[in-house]
Write a protein that binds this ligand. Sequence first.
Ligand SMILES: [Zn+2]
Length: 407
Amino acid sequence: MILAARYIAPVESPVIENGAIRFRDATVVAVGPSKEFDVGDEERVDFGNAVITPGFVNAHTHLELTHLAERVAPSPDFTGWLTRLVKTSSESLPTKESVQRIVTDGIFQSHRAGVTTVGDITRFPAWTRQALSNSMMRAVSFGEVIAVGTRRHLLQERLAAAMKTEFESELLRCGVSPHAPYTVEPNALRECARRSVEQLTPLCIHGAETLEESEFTCEGTGVFADYLRSLGVWDDDIPIAGLAPIPLFEASGLLTDRTVLAHANYVCDDDIHCIGENRASVAYCPRTHDAFEHPPHRFRDMLDAGVNVCIGTDSLASNPSLSILDELRFLHQMFPDFNSQQLLEMGTVSGAKALGLQDRVGSLAVGKDADLAVIPMESKGDWHEMFSSATEPIAVLSRGSFVVDNR
Ligand SMILES: [Zn+2]
């Protein structure tokens, strides 16, 4: 099959005007100028005034919170928001059916937005992975580990669930997510890191998300200590790490080239250097970052330091959509001088690298899987005007099959 459009943005090679892409089964076999394509009896679809991009990679999300859209408004009071989140999500007891219904809705919304790969965190790995495996969504599914205070005994049980590979497939890879430095004690962070290294498993952790996090890891005090008390999980045996989050992660062996560090909103120069040295990736969540009114994110300093910065939406509990294209458009609006090519990289190949999937997806190149999105243009302008328009993908393909087809 051949898809043609006014622009092809392969990401790892220059944008092609009047381009086409050919794939057989799931795999891309040619990308280039349309006129070089000899059609024969092959099916050919010409999308006209549109840009064909790789499928977008949402490097950080929680599909199982999709039902919380507009129910827990984010505010600068982060632990207040977390408390409301926990309360709202436990209003009804999660069941296999309810979780799978919610995750499936999240997959549907993601596909519609052109997202073909997710780094997804789940508290219910078996249920979520079954739902993912029934879809065409490519995923690294991070099983969440919480092990603090009266819940520290959950470590091995949660780790075992996270590491279980029963639903692994061509599209689904399992990973582990120690939740955050205030919900996982230092020895448990080390254990998650050790298991991840031992089994070459991807790892994701929320880190340096708020300023107060550092007070907790350094002193064991502040709003996160109050938060743990309010949940009834506090006990006096909770150890104090005595380090700020990024040094704590490094000392725990958590920063490797298989690590996605979600947020990293509060980092100093040394932290950025440390993340880069250890080749960990940062998942910046622009609209969630904005909703919590954090100071400007240092993603450009990170990029300058050679850090792999990718983009996440986080969940619908803090973000208006599961669209990476919406995140990129938001960034374009905030930073009009920022290079469009680099912007597209952050939403595609950088996410693929962060999730260890760069050999398969993230760019349009021969040998990679045919995961792609077709974005209609509003004007006859240059390809990067896709970032200043508001169009939805007209078609989305995962491994060469249409998952969205609004032709
Ligand atoms: Zn998150």
